[in-house]
Design a protein around this ligand. Structure first.
Ligand code: ZN
Length: 398
């Protein structure tokens, strides 16, 4: 075996990119779910990518923000109902789906709604550079504003289903009704805002039964919210887990005939300790900052945009400094490895960092000055580790 090139010691050699568990685009990722369900409903232009899922006339997807596969497995007492469904994951295989990279809400919701991987729909992270303006854009809050239909030009699966005569509806928080992210990811059919989880479950069940063929989406956010603020050891997070467990059961018990309910998530989570080894502060680190024009992404999945001409220097320094803690790839390496899907659209290329850094260890790259709010979070996500990347696809049929 060849020794690593100087100056790397054996124990500080950069992580081989080939060791990154790339999402299962095309066979078992979040982006494959809705096209599979729509194909089962006979919607033109949709093909089944998850053959384990048997078609149903009435389909409901309940997306629980931040509730990863590993978190359900680790908490049978708080989530007895969800836990009892693990064996029925992914059509009875007992296996999870992969979220996609990065494992973050904006990216994953776009993958779910469009049925496309990030390299096509183009929401490549929490924040990414807009190549048109050179500014960072927050994809979750859509700031600064840019035309959503230019940013993400593909139709959603809901629109395709609606056009094919399938009854479609989204049941979520009224706050999200008119957001750009909802427009580009969840358009098609009717958006229904309901404040409480119970009301969403009841309305989703009613919508499911409102037609012979239906495709209904519903959503709950606060497992993720409490995980970010308090961590997964907190009573607040455990309380949310107990609550969504009851919500799922409530919806399952109201399923009209010939229905399939799929419970999934946009990503999992990892709690990050508050110490200097676990939290590398970009704003205080002159080595990581050298030659960097913009820092995008989030703590566990960074897009690094270099000043012109400094790309290879930034790549070399990030590799050396981060060692085995992160997979550090150039843009072309990340694309070639399939991190964003089998291909990356031309309009999306410049949104990806010159360097992409995905956490392997339980560490984050915070930015205490430019991202004070995000840097203070306990629970984080974004990368390709199982705790973040694996999401359930639990099935209940009536
Ligand atoms: Zn989150």
């Amino acid at each position: 075996m060849a020794l690593p090139d100087w100056p790397y010691e054996d124990d500080t050699a950069p992580l081989a990119l080939s060791s990154a568990p790339v999402p299962e685009y095309g066979s078992g990722s979040l982006a494959d779910l809705l096209p599979t369900l729509a194909a089962g409903l006979g919607v033109p232009g949709c093909t089944s990518a998850i053959p384990e899922l048997a078609p149903a006339d009435r389909n409901c997807v309940f997306l629980i923000d931040g509730l990863g596969w590993e978190q359900i497995r680790a908490h049978p007492e708080e989530a007895p109902y969800l836990h009892s469904l693990l064996a029925t994951s992914r059509g009875g295989t007992g296996r999870p789906l992969t979220a996609g990279f990065p494992a973050t809400t904006a990216t994953s919701l776009a993958s779910v709604g469009t049925g496309l991987p990030p390299g096509a729909h183009g929401l490549t992270g929490y924040t990414t550079r807009n190549p048109e303006t050179g500014e960072l854009m927050n994809q979750l809050r859509w700031r600064p504003w840019t035309d959503p239909h230019i940013w993400q030009p593909y139709p959603t699966v809901f629109q395709l289903a609606d056009a094919a005569g399938v009854h479609t509806a989204q049941v979520s928080s009224p706050d999200f009704q008119n957001t750009p992210l909802t427009k580009i990811a969840l358009s098609g059919g009717t958006f229904r805002g309901k404040l409480t989880g119970e009301d969403r479950m009841d309305l989703a069940a009613a919508q499911l039964g409102a037609a012979d063929r239906s495709l209904i989406y519903t959503y709950y956010s606060e497992v993720d919210g409490k995980g970010h603020r308090f961590g997964m050891e907190s009573d607040a997070w455990r309380g949310q887990l107990m609550y969504v467990d009851r919500l799922v059961q409530r919806l399952a018990e109201q399923l009209p005939p010939r229905s399939a309910l799929y419970v999934t998530a946009d990503h999992g989570m990892i709690d990050i300790p508050f110490d200097e080894e676990s939290r590398i502060d970009f704003d205080e680190d002159w080595e990581l900052g050298a030659g960097v024009a913009l820092l995008g992404g989030e703590g566990r999945a960074r897009h690094v945009y270099a000043v012109p001409g400094a790309q290879s220097d930034v790549l070399a320094v990030w590799r050396e400094v981060l060692g085995e803690q992160f997979w550090v790839a150039s843009r072309d390496e990340a694309i070639a490895a399939g991190w964003f899907g089998p291909a990356v659209d031309e309009r999306v290329y410049g949104r990806i960092g010159d360097v992409v850094a995905a956490a392997h260890a339980d560490v984050v790259i915070t930015a205490s000055r430019r991202e004070p709010h995000e840097s203070a979070m306990v629970g984080m996500h974004g990368s390709m580790t199982p705790a973040e990347q694996l999401v359930p696809l639990l099935e209940v049929r009536s």
